[in-house]
Design a protein around this ligand. Sequence first.
Ligand SMILES: NC(=O)c1ccc[n+]([C@@H]2O[C@H](COP(=O)([O-])OP(=O)(O)OC[C@H]3O[C@@H](n4cnc5c(N)ncnc54)[C@H](OP(=O)(O)O)[C@@H]3O)[C@@H](O)[C@H]2O)c1
Length: 256
Amino acid sequence: MAGQNILITGASAGIGAALAKRYADKDKHLILLARNRQKLQAVANQCEAKQSTVEYHSVDVTDFSALQSLIASIDASTPIDLIICNAGVTSSIGENGEAESWEAICHVIDTNLYGVLASLNPLLSRMQQRKQGQIAIVSSLAAYRGMPITPAYCASKAALKSYAEALRGWLAEDNIQVNAICPGFVESDLSAKFKGDKPLMISAEKAADIIYRGLAKNRACISFPFPLNLGMWFLAILPAAISDWFMRLFSYGARR
Ligand SMILES: NC(=O)c1ccc[n+]([C@@H]2O[C@H](COP(=O)([O-])OP(=O)(O)OC[C@H]3O[C@@H](n4cnc5c(N)ncnc54)[C@H](OP(=O)(O)O)[C@@H]3O)[C@@H](O)[C@H]2O)c1
C-alpha cells in the first residue's frame, strides 16, 4: 500500500497532476512540486476537494541544491512514505534531421536524470534508517529501445530505468520498495511535442490509475499499455536491421 505522505515531482500538469488527484484522499498528505505555482495551486485545490491535505512548492528540479535542501527539510518534518519522481521534458532532432542543440540536450539530461538523482539523494539514507519507504521513478517505454528522433530523451529514460533496477536490488534489504514506471503514449503537453505516430495513446487519468495500482502491488516495472510494452520489449531483442525498419514504419526514424 502507498504511504501517508506522498511527494510527487512534476505535479502541476499531465501525469503528475493526474497522479496527485488519483492519490488524493482523506488519509493522504500530498506534497506537490513543480515550477508553475498557479498550476500547482489549481491541482492542490482539486486534491483538497477530495479531503487530502496538500502542500505545494515551486521548485526547479535542475536547481539541484535548492531541490535537495527542500526535500531534506520536508522529510525532516513530514517523513516521506512514497516519492514519485515524475518531472520531465523532451526534445527531438530537427525537421530535417538536424542535431539537438547542446542546450536542449543538457536541459533534458539535467531535468530527467539529474533532477531525479537530486530528488532521491537526500532521501535514500533517511529511508534506510527508517527501514521504510517507496520510490517510484518515471522512465518510459522509450527506455527499452532508442528512438532516432529523440536521442537525449531516450538516453535519459534508459538511465532512469537502469537506476531504478539498481536501487530496487540495493534497497530491498532495507524494506524500501523501488519501482520503474514505463508509460507508452499518454495525452499531455509533453506528448503533444512528439512528432511521430502515437499508437494506443491513453489519457493521463488512465495512466495514473495504472501507476497507482502497479505501485500498490510493488511491481518492479510498471510498463503500459499492452501490447505496446510487448512490442518495445521485442524491438530491444530483435536484430537491429529489423527494429530499425519498425522504427521507420512508425516514423520514429531519423530521416523522413
Ligand atoms: N506523456 C507521455 O506520452 C509520456 C510517456 C512516457 C513517459 N512520460 C514521462 O512522464 C513524465 C510526466 O510527463 P507528462 O507527459 O505528464 O508531461 P507534462 O504534461 O509536460 O508535465 C511535465 C511536468 O514536469 C514538470 N517539470 C518540467 N520541468 C521541470 C523542472 N525543471 N522543474 C520542476 N518541474 C518540472 C512540469 O511542471 P512545471 O512546468 O510547472 O515546472 C510538469 O508538471 C515525464 O517524466 C515524461 O518523460 C510521458
